[in-house]
Design a protein. Structure first.
Length: 129
């Protein structure tokens, strides 16, 4: 997502968002945020009429950067977004745990029926009468 979109989503000015990123640079490695090149920004502006050309080269955030940004900004919307991100992580962890249990049960069933099938295949057939 671009900095302009995130600023609108979080209810802050773009300059405030970018300032927070610069002040917390150690929290935003390249796989979290990067600045568009002039060519990329130019192409983006031709595709998105709303992109503001006066604010310089925009920043683009990955999903990790969006999550980190929600922890460094101080608006009410940002706090709510951060709370929802944490809740989503908890739900995801619960789903993964549930799926592991299900996977173990399926493995057990497959193993059980594989043994039964191999026993039936190994038994000699009685001659047809």
């Amino acid at each position: 997502m671009l900095d302009t979109d995130l600023a609108a989503l979080y209810g802050v000015e773009v300059r405030v968002l970018n300032q927070a990123v610069r002040r917390n640079a150690d929290r935003f490695p390249p796989d979290f945020v990067f600045q568009l090149s002039r060519d990329e920004a130019k192409r983006s502006r031709s595709q998105f009429v709303t992109l503001d050309s006066s604010s310089g080269l925009p920043y683009a955030f990955t999903e990790r950067g969006v999550a980190m940004l929600s922890s460094v900004l101080k608006s009410r919307q940002t706090v709510q977004a951060n709370v929802e991100i944490m809740r989503a992580f908890v739900r995801l962890r619960a789903m993964i745990g549930h799926n592991r249990k299900l996977a173990r049960r399926l493995d057990a069933l497959e193993s059980k029926y594989a043994r039964r099938l191999s026993v039936h295949r190994a038994e000699p057939r009685s001659p047809a009468r």
